[in-house]
Design a protein around this ligand. Sequence first.
Ligand code: NAP
Length: 314
Amino acid sequence: MDENQVLDVLIIGSGPAGLSAAVYAMRANLSVLVAEKEYRGTGQIAESDQVDNYLGLPRMNGYDLGEAFREHAKNLGAEFYEGMADRFYVQDEKQEDANRIWNVHFTDGRTVQAKAVIYCAGAAHRRLGVDGEDEFAGKGVSYCAVCDGAFYRGKETAVIGGGDTALGDALYLSDLCDKVYLIHRRDEFRGSASAVQQLREKDNVEILTSAAPAKIVGEQTVTALELKDGRSIPVNGAFVAVGMQPLTEPLRGVVDLDETGYVVADETGVTSAPGFFVAGDVRTKALRQVVTAVSDGANAAVSAAEYLKQYLQR
Ligand code: NAP
């Protein structure tokens, strides 16, 4: 990375949204750098054992699909930089919208300059918020079945949550564990009906609905999950899958966020700050899927290219 270069587009995040934005921006002949935090596969998708709803590629392993996206962007010449962006500001506070340059500071002390930023940092696992969760994190409490499931081969586990992640995790673990409890606080699932049906057909899966966790208990490692109704479920592992929260902390005061922390933007990716675009799970939207992230990335890159055309004419 040439530190003196002012890039056309700096993309934050190398999940499906960021990589799709990179492909579209490269094809628009822009200079592109993709910043990604410590590389462990391309975002959340790398944690999915199977992505079964990406058009044309059924039953695809999530990690492999992400790697194919990355390879595509790389082959077009997109450059990558491992770093965590923690501050975004325009060069001169008084600078008007025309020809502003974004400065993006990284935790390693570097600052990258770009005419446009496309922010695609995604979301992080939400915590359950019960006693024992922190104490046993990494000692029986996990947020990623695909990453940690193999440690529970032949054991008993609980998956907590009622969305697609929880259902996918329970299915994945049912092939490894002797017994899997799926524990959901309501009696209706948020995730897909077909996955619920597959789980109902599994002999080693027990579904507990209207069951709210109260406490994760153990000694050296987890031994049980206690429910608010007083029941105690004996398990060696508790997989928490209760949703995600957007990674938008560094954007406070930079762009408009909604009350839950998502960046306010429609499918064009245009935000309240000129030259700052957003794509993927971090923006306000109804459906957070790989296919919508990929679509967002394309839209945001096209919006950025349009913005840069006007930028050059000023
Ligand atoms: P989600 O859809 O937001 O579901 C979170 C689940 O956790 C909900 O069932 C919620 O219960 C429950 N929950 C939240 N806080 C809780 C708490 N404190 N205690 C107990 N339960 C709690 O999150 P997700 O499953 O991670 O999915 C996120 C997005 O990614 C969704 O749009 C999903 O469709 C998508 N996704 C898609 C796929 C796929 O298609 N292959 C795979 C994974 C994820 P309530 O239902 O009562 O609110």
